[in-house]
Design a protein around this ligand. Structure first.
Ligand code: HEM
Length: 485
């Protein structure tokens, strides 16, 4: 058999003689079980799907480069941020949150903005959204919240009543709901939106000094959004519009880029700031903590294979590098568990060895075996520690910075119940036209929900700003709240 010619094989490499006709007992007879090529083909096909992501199922991704443009080494010892001009390969995946794998790109929903930096000290994942805030601020509420965003268990239809019932009973959502119902709720393309780390993180420098940090990726393409009408039309005509837009831009060399900024809060400020700076439903004032430029991310290469590189991509907010660590944000803390757990279920215990997830540095540890261990499994190297066989050793310098905690171990909420000020500020910041569109969108989304839910949510909006509450109430035809406190 000529080895230089590409010929069709089974998955074990033996030549296939016929890929169009199955073996049968006589020309018109039943199919034979001895046709192992047919069996393999059908059986493998049955196993083509892995579970879609439980959230953020629909998305697209690209490779790129991150380049440092400003010296931030006094804040963090992270090697990939250590000097101006330093370049690091990265991979990004954009997504919608609630819809299934085949759902439309132009729906009103936050967009995922998940970045993997392949640094010299291992992978750093920044798994953010295109919004600087979130709907809830404790991980324990996440499964309930997502159930309301998915399908009704009886009708299997999207359920606006569940959505607004939950939001109206969780007023910490008001800031993000106002953001989502506003113009930025439907980005024109992924290239025309910002990305945010949303949570507060911790940066630590070479001297062991730490600061709190928030990340902002600002699009260099400018912000562009879609109106409801255009988005609805696009959802019917081209449900994959955002995937297509990114793919085509990169293919024709029109590489999109984002400038990364951070807000830095001195460690001590957190104790006395006017609200809890670890509350992911709040933004930090830019006057108090102005944006500091860090670098530029440019996307310049499409994946070769969607399933291998995008569907199997696994991002985790727990993937830190020395110099960057978690804050006590209760949402972030829950996420540190959730993602790697989801990956083990979705793609398996050895998902970190897949090409898109594999770090560019050597991986040395004592974990072994498991399904689909397709690398050398560390050969004959020792698989236990401590050992006197020169196995991989700990790196004490990589110890994450400590911080002081106090109080009682108990289930306890945030002591700050002001869910209204920042949501109201966002409303007041809008132009008249933006407000008109916001109210129209909220009323449109809330129309099908129960009267009780409408009334409760209108009161919440009223507490943000009386004009906000009054206009939604009028649009819905419910009583205008008076003097709600
Ligand atoms: C995806 C859980 C909050 C951004 C996911 C996945 C899970 C999850 C299980 C699927 C992972 C996978 O199968 O690969 C949670 C939990 C949260 C939470 C438990 C709250 C406690 C957030 C927040 C953000 C966010 C606040 C943004 C600031 C994302 C993104 C993805 C994702 C971007 C998609 C990652 C990708 O492209 O593969 N989340 N999430 N999530 N989440 Fe969250």
């Amino acid at each position: 058999m000529a080895q230089d010619k590409k010929y069709l094989t089974t998955s074990t490499g033996t030549p296939v003689s016929d890929n169009q006709n199955s073996q049968t007992a006589g020309a018109q007879g039943p199919t034979l079980i001895q046709d192992v090529h047919l069996l393999e083909k059908l059986a493998h096909f049955n196993r083509e799907r892995v579970p879609e992501r439980v959230v953020h199922a629909k998305g697209g991704g690209a490779y790129g480069t991150f380049e440092v443009t400003n010296d931030v080494s006094k804040y963090t010892k992270a090697d990939f941020l250590s000097e101006v001009g330093k370049k690091t390969d990265m991979f990004i995946r954009f997504s919608t949150v609630a819809g299934e794998l085949g759902s439309a790109d132009t729906v009103r929903d936050p967009r995922g903005f998940a970045v993997k930096f392949y640094t010299n000290e291992g992978n750093y994942d920044l798994v953010g959204n295109n919004t600087p805030i979130f709907f809830i601020r404790d991980a324990i509420k996440f499964p309930d919240f997502i159930h309301t965003q998915k399908r009704n268990p009886r009708t299997h239809l999207k359920d606006p009543d569940a959505v607004w019932d939950f939001w109206s009973l969780s007023p910490e959502s008001l800031h993000q709901v106002t953001y989502l119902m506003g113009d930025r709720g439907i980005p024109a393309t992924w290239r025309h939106m910002n990305g945010y780390g949303s949570h507060t993180f911790r940066w630590t420098n070479d001297e062991g000094e730490s600061v709190w940090v928030k990340y902002h990726f600002k699009t260099d393409q400018g912000i562009k959004n879609l109106t409801n009408d255009v988005a609805d039309k696009m959802a019917g005509e081209n449900p994959d519009y955002h995937i297509e837009d990114l793919y085509n831009a990169i293919e024709k060399g029109d590489y999109p880029s984002w400038t990364l900024y951070v807000q830095i809060m001195p460690e001590e400020d957190a104790k006395t700031y006017r609200f809890n700076p670890f509350d992911v439903t709040k933004t930090w004032s830019h006057k108090d903590y102005p944006l500091i430029e860090v670098g530029r991310m440019t996307l310049n290469k499409n994946p070769e294979n969607y399933f291998a590189e995008v569907e199997q991509a696994a991002f985790s907010p727990g993937n830190f590098v020395p110099g960057i660590s978690a804050s006590p944000d209760k949402m972030l803390q829950g996420r540190l568990f959730s993602y790697a757990d989801a990956h083990r279920y979705r793609i398996g215990a050895n998902h970190t060895a897949l090409p898109v997830n594999r770090p560019k540095v050597e991986v040395n540890n004592y974990q072994r075996d498991g399904y689909l261990r397709f690398d050398g499994n560390n050969g004959g190297a020792p698989n236990y520690e401590p050992n006197s066989l020169n196995g991989p050793k700990e790196v004490p310098e990589a110890k994450p910075a400590s911080y002081e905690v106090n109080g009682f171990a108990e289930a306890v909420g945030y002591d700050d119940e002001d869910h209204y000020q920042q949501a109201g500020d966002l409303f007041r910041l809008m132009s008249d036209e933006e407000k008109d569109r916001l109210i129209e969108t909220v009323v449109d989304f809330m129309n099908p929900v129960r009267q009780e839910v409408k009334e409760r949510q209108v009161q919440n909006f009223y507490k943000c700003d009386p004009e906000y509450g009054r206009r939604v109430a009028e649009g819905l035809g419910v009583a205008v709240p008076e003097g709600v406190k």
